[in-house]
Design a protein around this ligand. Structure first.
Ligand code: EPS
Length: 396
């Protein structure tokens, strides 16, 4: 089973991730990971923290001489800001520090994990919750996703994303999308493909920042090059659509996921939703057929169809507002203004990169379930045999 787990706090020494289940013999360099770490740090609307951090991975296990060994891949990403937080985040108790904690947060932020976590974990200082609930943790996920992306790239699978909505403004993307989706999206400060919408969004971010408020939005992830048959219809927890949705909803502040045309499918008739099928001799990955449209977003029956996978991911506005909302101070029980030090106005462009990473992990999991193999050579043999078999199925 391909799986990963992360550890680390936003202002602690580092983030750590252990990724298990990547076959041996995959070429892997730190640069393959760093490129995605840097992409996640971009985006108009980020706060001062992103000027402090320069995320770079350090392999601590599972990689030797530029290749994976099949062992768990351990990665560490240092927090530069740790230098400013050592006293506050020190794992050891400090002399003369009466309650063992500094810069306690008690004016819990509405919409954040502060209050629910503090009550559940029986803490007096919401810092024990927020340091881990912080979206800083997604750095570690992006590292895991970058390795999975490298695996899928061996088979010609590409994963990209672009921003389609920000704070009430829709972007109109070109149809078809650019062949190199990320090259086009990364060229925009908001990772959007609509220049007019981008200008309006930038102006909106500036206005909202001046108000001390925050904005959410929607990104679309597109995966090309998958073969038919990843995932399964036979059991609820093997359905790929459900697994992708869970992974997306686990990203901080993500509140909605749509596959293909998503919620729009509920408004239309069946004839306006389902993708008609026609012969396509030679289209091996889709089984010798093609869909005339791709409203299903590359998924039928919880399995890939071989058409591009399309996932829309909706993020709520960030819950740290510089013009704070009303709350209760948990130290006194009295009404108070929520805590606010610094924050991003929006992190929707970064969320698209994180959603790509989560898609890479889930798809690599499904890939290894379908094709298996302890070594990349074995995975490739199994994959190639499946494609040869598919080529001989319909109409050949
Ligand atoms: C975050 C608050 C800000 C963000 C941070 C997530 O950090 P700080 O509390 O240090 O000002 O910049 O995002 C990251 C550090 C990151 O790497 O994405 C929060 O409260 O979730």
């Amino acid at each position: 089973m391909l799986r990963f787990t992360t550890a680390g706090e936003s202002h602690g020494p580092a983030l750590t991730v252990i990724l298990e289940g990547i076959p041996a013999g995959l070429p892997l360099l730190a640069a393959d990971v760093d490129v995605d770490l840097t992409r996640r740090q971009q985006g108009y609307g980020r706060g001062r923290r992103m000027q402090i951090e320069r995320d770079q991975v350090e392999f601590q296990g599972g990689v030797r001489a530029g290749e994976t060994t099949g062992a768990p891949i351990a990665m560490r990403i240092a927090n530069r800001d740790w230098a400013n937080w050592q006293e506050i985040m020190d794992p050891a108790p400090r002399e003369g520090d009466a309650d063992g904690r500094r810069r306690a947060v008690t004016r819990v932020r509405p919409g954040h994990a502060d209050l629910t976590g503090l009550l559940k974990y029986d803490r007096d200082d919401a810092r024990d919750i927020l340091e881990r609930a912080s979206a800083r943790e997604t750095t570690a996920r992006v590292a895991a996703g970058a390795v999975c992306r490298r695996l899928l790239a061996e088979f010609g699978v590409t994963i990209g994303s672009h921003l389609v909505h920000l704070g009430g403004i829709d972007a109109v993307a070109p149809d078809p999308l650019p062949a190199d989706l990320n090259a086009a999206a990364d060229a925009s400060p908001l990772r959007t493909l609509d220049a007019a919408a981008e200008a309006a969004m930038v102006a909106r971010i500036d206005a909202i920042k001046a108000e001390g408020n925050t904005l959410g939005g929607v990104c679309e992830v597109v995966v090309r090059g998958l073969p038919v048959g990843l995932g399964s219809h036979v059991s609820w927890d093997r359905k790929l659509d459900g697994r992708l949705a869970q992974a997306m909803l686990s990203i901080p502040a993500v509140k909605g996921v749509g596959l293909g045309i998503g919620f729009e499918a509920a408004r239309r008739t069946g004839a306006e939703v389902h993708d008609e099928i026609e012969p396509a001799p030679g289209a091996v990955r889709t089984g010798g057929v093609r869909r005339r449209s791709n409203r299903a977003g590359g998924l039928e029956g919880g399995m890939t169809t071989g058409e591009p996978l399309v996932i829309q991911v909706a993020m709520k506005p960030i819950s740290t507002l510089m013009r704070p909302l009303a709350t209760v101070d948990v130290a006194t029980g009295q009404p108070a203004a929520a805590a606010a030090e610094r924050s991003d106005v929006t992190a929707v462009p970064a969320m698209g990169v994180i959603a790509e990473a989560m898609a890479a992990v889930i798809l690599s999991q499904a890939w290894m379930e379908k094709f298996g193999g302890d070594a990349l050579t074995e995975t490739r043999r199994n994959h190639d045999a499946y494609l040869s078999h598919l080529a001989g199925r319909i109409g050949s």
